[in-house]
Design a protein around this ligand. Structure first.
Ligand code: ARG
Length: 271
């Protein structure tokens, strides 16, 4: 009888220990981001969800075509989805103003950002960039009727650019040189709107985005701006993120396989 009680106790204790062990394992793998779903007992694997920040004011890279749906679509979104598919992640996009994307990464609101963002020395101090997936150029956009064809035509006028963008820095440099003042706006469509209602005389916007507006607005014109620094685009991560290495590998694969080229054909009005 005593033996039986002892055996029973032993089994009980072992059982409790085993249960603790599993519970602990579950929480630790859970927080480490295991791909297995620890909340269910089934063996189905659920992809880890990555939180993605983007500023969807930037057709054809990231935008919402409200006539069609509320979804964020575009070149960057397709690219992010291709990368995630290969790495076995699921993506959850959040639309946010461009100037809040880096603070959002720093505050751990996003696992990564894709938003046509250009790696710069200053940004590199607080976040990490993937290898570049695209290179672009800059345009000065204005109303056709104002006949602005060179930087000097903007003397004494007001030029806009997006807050926190490299275009704002460029506008300020050129403004100092050619005698125009610079104002910033949160979103790209506001720059276009403000030119139409006469509050801005020009706007510095990258060529692919500009061409998109030019193709849809007969009243707009643009000329290319000569700049020294190349404007690359890259995905952005929290500093030290292990995602960088995973993304770099897949981005290189997608470039080599011509997949990035296919996306350009799909989304850009010019190449
Ligand atoms: N490439 C520029 C930069 O990094 C502008 C990017 C703006 N992106 C956007 N989704 N509005 O500063």
């Amino acid at each position: 009888m005593k033996n039986k009680v002892f055996l029973f106790m032993l089994v009980l204790v072992l059982g409790i220990l085993a249960a603790c062990g599993t519970a602990e394992k579950e929480t630790s793998t859970g927080s480490a981001g295991s791909e297995t779903d620890s909340t269910s007992d089934t063996t189905t694997e659920e992809a880890k969800v990555l939180r993605v920040g983007t500023s969807a004011d930037y057709a054809p890279f990231e935008y919402v075509d409200t006539k069609v749906s509320e979804d964020i679509i575009g070149f960057d979104i397709d690219l992010a989805n291709l990368i995630a598919e290969r790495l076995g992640y699921e993506l959850e996009f959040t639309n946010s103003d461009f100037n809040s994307l880096i603070p959002g990464l720093q505050a751990d609101k996003y696992d990564f950002v894709i938003s046509g963002m250009t790696p710069t020395e200053e940004r590199d101090k607080v976040v990490d960039f993937s290898i570049p997936y695209y290179e672009t150029e800059q345009y000065m956009v204005s109303l056709k009727e104002s006949n602005i064809a060179t930087m000097d035509d903007l003397k004494g006028k007001v030029v806009g650019a997006q807050v926190s963008s490299i275009q704002l820095d460029l506008a300020e440099e050129f403004g100092a040189e050619h005698g125009f003042t610079v104002e910033s706006r949160d979103l790209i469509p506001q720059l276009i709107q403000e030119m139409k209602n006469g509050r801005l005389d020009g706007a510095v916007i990258e060529n692919i985005v500009s061409e998109n507006y030019l193709s849809q607005n007969d009243d707009l014109a643009a000329f290319p701006i000569e700049v020294e620094e190349p404007d690359f685009k890259a995905a952005v991560f929290q500093e030290g993120s292990t995602l960088k290495a995973e993304f770099d590998k897949v981005i290189q694969e997608l470039i080599d396989e011509g997949k990035v080229e296919e996306l350009k054909k799909k989304w850009f009005v010019v190449e």
